[in-house]
Write a protein that binds this ligand. Structure first.
Ligand code: ADP
Ligand code: MG
Length: 378
């Protein structure tokens, strides 16, 4: 269409009135043709200008959102389709950084639906694709809840749990052995024995971590939501890492505002999220580095940022990091981020990631403010 348009534009002053009318009609026909093609799509297509105004929305977008988009071209998108997380959909990644910004949203009006939103930024604005995934969701839920998978899951969880007990005993006995060998008079032998025990203890710890991750992936604990602030679990988590930061030459900086709005959180589970994110950041900075952690609130969410200047990720890795068992580490379980995302979403929040290979990664945890709680879905 634009080739045609360019040709007409070049010849515009050479055309007589009748020609212009004809060309104009042809152009209008072509626009009508493309609009009718877009209107046959089941997916909603919404185009937003860099300034945040609605440029175009097809018929499906109007039906799915229940908002009168066709009458609102040129108007601010935030007013036209209120209640969506536009800040995150339209927020551009910095240059060269990969970003994931797929969201799922439960809407109650005009019909109860689950929508998947995918934002693709470009120079001329952002194209947001809207898919109705209500049926796919219902199918996934019923598959998860089917009794057969339940039985297998219970069996696996039972086995994992059983492995936990002998591991505890093993760990206890290793401690006792270590205590005994401290009195060994032969120094060389003592050092060797203590070293062996410490290696065994590390392996036991690793097994315990795997089991813990596996169990929390399999059997999500019920949320015990209590009104509170995000800085308390964050500070506790960081205190537990203090020695490791020093050992690994990681400079951790924490920026906390003086007052934070309240959120509803399960404190133990939120600590697990922060723990996994800090651990990943540390593992991405093998030769030391800087970890910047900041908390900020806007009128909707409280956000916690974890920015490392470690290895970073390419787009292909980034697209898979939340998959269970996907790991790029020899000793990884690939469960950490999956569990993090599940916990954050259970709080009505979301995790966003931006990353650039060689430059670093920023994870952002968003938890809705107490008074703004809406349900976002996994
Ligand atoms: P694991 O840490 O056991 O590998 P996770 O689910 O915690 O499992 O992470 C999955 C993968 O995501 C990691 O193997 C790594 O490739 C990537 N990843 C996560 N956090 C970071 C980070 N801060 N920097 C670079 N890569 C990361
Ligand atoms: Mg991890």
């Amino acid at each position: 269409m634009s080739v045609f348009f360019d040709k007409v534009a070049q010849r515009l002053d050479k055309l007589d009135a009748a020609d212009r009318r004809r060309q104009f009609r042809q152009l209008a026909d072509e626009i009508g043709f493309f609009e009718s093609v877009f209107d046959t799509l089941k997916e909603g297509v919404i185009v937003v200008s860099p300034g945040g105004d609605l440029l175009y929305a097809n018929a499906a977008a109007e039906a799915l959102t229940g908002c009168p988009c066709s009458k609102a071209r040129g108007k601010p998108i935030r007013k036209t389709i209120p209640g969506w997380d536009w800040d995150n959909l339209l927020h551009p990644a910095h240059e060269g950084w990969n970003r994931t910004s797929a969201q799922e949203l439960e809407v109650l009006y005009p019909e109860h639906r689950i929508l998947e939103l995918n934002a693709m930024p470009s120079q001329n604005g952002t194209v947001v694709l809207v898919r109705d995934v209500t049926d796919a969701h219902a199918r996934a839920e019923s598959a998860i809840e089917s009794s057969r998978t339940d039985a297998v899951r219970d069996l696996a969880a039972g086995v994992a749990h059983e492995i936990g007990n002998p591991l505890n005993a093993l760990s206890l006995n290793l401690q006792l052995l270590a205590r005994e060998f401290r009195h060994e008079p032969d120094e060389e032998r003592r050092e060797r024995l203590l070293q062996d025990i410490s290696t065994a203890q590390n392996e036991v710890k690793r097994l315990e971590d795997i089991i813990k991750g596996f169990l929390s992936a399999l059997r999500p604990a019920k949320l015990n939501l209590v009104r509170g602030s995000l800085d308390a679990p964050l500070k506790d988590t960081l205190a537990a890492f203090k020695a490791q930061f020093e050992d690994r030459r990681i400079q951790m900086r924490l920026a906390l505002p003086s007052a934070l709005p309240s959120v509803l959180i399960d404190r133990a589970q939120m600590e697990q999220v922060f723990f996994n994110l800090v651990k990943n950041a540390m593992e991405a900075m093998k030769d030391g580095g800087a970890l910047d952690i900041a908390v900020a609130a806007d009128d909707r969410d409280v956000r916690v940022f974890f920015r490392d200047n470690g290895s970073g990720m390419d787009a292909a890795t980034l697209s898979r990091i939340f998959e269970p068992y996907h790991t790029t580490k020899e000793e990884g379980t690939g469960l950490g981020l999956m569990v993090c995302r599940r916990i954050v979403r259970a709080h009505g929040g979301e995790i966003d990631v931006e990353s650039k290979p060689g430059a670093g990664t920023t994870f952002t945890v968003r938890i809705p403010r107490l008074e703004k709680r809406v349900r976002r879905l996994t």
